[in-house]
Design a protein around this ligand. Structure first.
Ligand code: ZN
Length: 318
């Protein structure tokens, strides 16, 4: 039985219950929060209340998608998991460069240095949040990351992003953990996925995020799914992009094409969307609102169970 590393230690992936693969539940200040304050989520009591509510609503597991030196606080995630009862896998890896201060220490690392950083966070322990981005923390925590986050901008994996993606993919491949890649509506995703394959990541360990920020044109979704990777659909209840009805139609299309076993549903939460921060929905939105909507639209219990649980178990176990 394969183990999945949560912030509280290893658990068998086969025991995961309702899962959401891409959330943000506690994020310290980053430069991005100066432009969008909803990207800062550092009120411990509110984050804990949100997680307890998720647990009460049937939520069992989530992956936190904020990586090292980009506002992630490993010890806060550990406490939140312990006190809420929600299993949490944390991310190493990198996010869009706008999340880092210009003097942040990670900018100085070459591909090998980045690779070693990501591996050590998976195998030994994550670095703590220190509040001083200019200096690399010396002593890691005992809390391990469980997956690798990556990101490509609209231009694709070019320049510094190619170096970062190569290092992230190598670390995920060598440690046998999922690689979860942020995209801008799927732009240049197929090329970036192929680069990850070249670095050794198998299709069944790769998750491509946010292609569903655009749900009207199915062609980019088909192109990514044809590579055999997972798609994280997390633009649910985000009405500035599209309605939930459009999301349901997209999921119907993908299931009809035979890719129902490659879809992972999540919310990619910010303070604007977490109920405990005064936001519009809450971590329970999929459980309370969206899964019932899928059932009304004719999805079977078996399909819903795959989206909510089975696919995530297979991603970590396989
Ligand atoms: Zn995200």
């Amino acid at each position: 039985m394969a183990d999945l590393w949560t912030v509280l230690g290893p658990i068998p992936a086969e025991t995961l219950g309702h899962s959401q693969i891409h959330e943000h539940v506690f994020v310290r200040h980053t430069p991005m929060a100066d432009k969008n304050p909803a990207l800062q989520l550092d009120d411990f009591d509110r984050s804990l209340a949100e997680l307890k509510d998720y647990r009460a609503g049937g939520g069992a597991f989530l992956a936190d998608a904020q990586p090292v030196a980009a506002g992630r606080d490993a010890l806060a995630l550990e406490r939140l998991s312990r006190e809420s009862g929600v299993a949490v896998a944390a991310s190493t890896g990198y996010h869009l460069l706008g999340f880092y201060r210009p003097d942040c220490w990670v900018h100085a690392l070459d591909e090998e240095g980045l690779y070693r950083l990501y591996r050590s966070e998976l195998e030994e322990g994550m670095l703590p949040w220190s509040g001083d981005d200019a200096r690399r923390p010396e002593t890691p925590t005992a809390v391990r990351a469980g997956l690798v986050k990556a990101a490509i901008p609209a231009e694709g994996a070019v320049g510094r992003y190619e170096t970062l993606l190569r290092a992230a993919a190598r670390a995920a491949a060598d440690c046998g953990v999922p690689l979860m890649m942020h995209t801008e509506k799927g732009a240049h995703a197929p090329e970036a996925v192929r680069l990850c394959f070249k670095m050794g990541v198998p299709p069944e360990k790769m998750v491509v995020c946010h292609v569903d920020r655009q749900a009207a044109d199915f062609a980019p979704h088909d192109a990514v799914a044809a590579l055999g990777v997972y798609l994280d659909y997390d633009t649910i209840g985000r009405f500035k992009y599209h309605s939930d009805e459009e999301e349901v139609a997209l999921i119907r299309h993908m299931a009809d094409r035979g890719w129902g076993d490659r879809l992972l549903l999540a919310l990619d939460t910010t303070a604007q969307r977490l109920a405990a921060y005064g936001g519009e929905i809450g971590l329970r939105y999929l459980l309370d609102t969206f899964y019932p909507r899928l059932a009304e639209a004719g999805f079977s219990a078996g399909e819903l169970s795959l989206f909510s649980t089975g696919n995530c178990r297979r991603l970590f176990a396989g």
